[in-house]
Design a protein around this ligand. Sequence first.
Ligand code: TYD
Length: 211
Amino acid sequence: MTRGKFIALEGGEGAGKSTQARMLAAALERRGVTCTVTREPGGTPGAETIRRLLLGLDGEGWHPRAEALLFAAARSDHVERLILPALEAGAWVICDRFVDSSRAYQGGTAGLSDADILELHRIGSGGLLPDLTLLFEIDPAVAAKRLAARDVEGADRIGGRNATYHATVVEAFARIAGAEPGRFARIDGNGDANGVHDTVMRAVLPLQEQT
Ligand code: TYD
């Protein structure tokens, strides 16, 4: 059995990842590729429980280091119980956010370096990296409009952080992608969903030739 490919979708808030994940999986399935679509934090019962702890608005929230550990713990369960078994069964895994979200959102906070986040990932998930990471980049004004439409009942604990925090996250993603051009495809996410999907397919289809 040929191992499946692992594709992660990354970006700041309102970048359109979830829509693109669904469209990508549907297009690959039409080409005969079995896909597993999943998300982080979450994807397994245990990781979904940790998601509620991380993003829910109950309680006093987490210290940044505890937050980073919880994301790494959720990822560990997800990798062990869902991602690796699916890849080994030959499915392509399409994951809405993965470790680069931890690097962009938790790295650089409370004295946590990028190397610290990668070390947590090594311990928790054997350092697994996607075959391809799609980074969706959009203008802040487009993001604000999409979020106003989506988060009518209010943002979650991390989405609700201030604009300065989110601007830092977007810069961190750009820096991480710039340092690893072989693993990333940077996607202009400003257009309509179908146009963005075409760009995604151009980035993803070469992976099928590698199987
Ligand atoms: P979600 O509702 O899935 O947001 P989005 O639709 O923007 O992807 O919530 C995930 C939130 O968790 C989002 O604000 C990003 C944050 N996050 C981290 O801070 N670190 C991580 O490692 C991951 C996976 C997500």
